[in-house]
Design a protein around this ligand. Structure first.
Ligand code: SF4
Length: 314
């Protein structure tokens, strides 16, 4: 396994949940420690740049403030200083049962069972889950990257490839032990942001049990392109609800050409939550997500609320 910031891998190792045969320290690869402008107008985020350095980079703050805001909603200042961009994509679920080596877990030990199904599933998935696993992917940064349609650059023994962000993480299906489509030995080298950054109308809303250093029960990244009060383009991605950041193109299409108001965002929320299934302790997330989408859509209309560090209370 590769180690960079180690903010998740070391935990898993210490808890006796991972047993890597070989760990390769990749921290000394200077070409992956840079943020560079691309000829097509986009921005390349090196995989080894820390989450903090990414969030506070002037070009990220000015051109992709949605990403900056999402990163700063995650973890703690200390962890953001250590954690890398590549590692953020590869962090594991925070399902309580996954972190307890004394109980079964299909993600940790395939075929052993999923105690979350009939257990305490308050933080678990309402969308895209399977009969094998109902875990959610915990990243905030990745919710914004999904909305911005980033591209993940990876390198492996067969060369490099570019993976659209929507294809990088996977749903659990019958193999929940596999979180993403990386092949063994492949390394994330960078993440490309397209030119369009939605820097005028955006918002990231994270709802959680405490105001900081907590994972999202529901989070929403909203990016809008407006002409007057009419929506010309829209992106909405949800976090905390599925095994990957959740986007539904049909929900975004509902918004295009509409006046940006609560009625439009309510209609989009209904489409986005189509098929949502609540369990004993997490059914509240369905209504919470719908309300968060509407609220965040309205917040995206007011860039003045998006000052660095501004984080509305839940
Ligand atoms: Fe394991 Fe997934 Fe079930 Fe959690 S939800 S116990 S990660 S199989």
């Amino acid at each position: 396994m590769f180690i960079a910031g180690g903010t998740n891998l070391v935990d898993l190792w210490k808890y006796n949940l991972l047993h890597p045969k070989l760990v390769v320290d990749i921290n000394h690869l200077p070409e992956h420690r840079r943020i560079t402008e691309l000829e097509d107008g986009g921005l390349r985020l090196g995989a080894l740049v820390s989450n903090a350095d990414t969030a506070y980079h002037p070009l990220v703050e000015s051109r992709y403030p949605l990403l900056s805001k999402a990163i700063l909603a995650g973890a703690s200042a200390q962890i953001r200083n250590m954690a890398t961009n590549g590692g953020n994509l590869l962090q594991r679920t925070r399902c309580y049962y996954f972190y307890d080596a004394d109980v079964p877990c299909n993600k940790r030990v395939p075929g052993s069972g999923c105690p979350a199904m009939d257990g305490y599933n308050r933080i678990h998935a309402i969308l895209g889950a399977s009969g094998e696993c109902i875990a959610v992917f915990p990243s905030d940064m990745c919710v914004a990257l999904a909305a911005l349609e980033a591209v993940v650059n990876v390198s492996g023994k067969n060369g490099g490839r570019r993976i659209p962000f929507a294809d990088f993480h996977r749903l659990p299906g019958d193999s929940p032990e596999i979180d993403n489509i990386l092949q063994h030995g492949e390394l994330i080298t960078s993440i490309d942001l397209p030119e369009k950054g939605f820097a005028q109308n955006y918002s990231y809303l994270k709802l959680r049990d405490r105001h900081s250093y907590a994972f999202a029960l529901v989070s929403v990244a909203t990016a809008l392109e407006l002409e007057g009060d009419t929506i010309r383009d829209a992106r909405i991605a949800l976090g905390g609800v599925a095994h990957k950041p959740w986007r539904v193109r049909e929900a975004e299409a509902v918004l295009v050409g509409k006046k940006a108001d609560e009625a439009a965002f309510t209609a989009a929320a209904e489409v986005l939550l189509t098929g949502a299934v609540g369990l004993k302790y997490n059914a509240f997330k369905i209504e919470l997500a719908k309300r968060a989408i509407v609220r965040n859509g309205m917040m995206a209309l007011h860039p003045e609320t998006q000052l660095p560090g501004a984080q509305p209370s839940a």
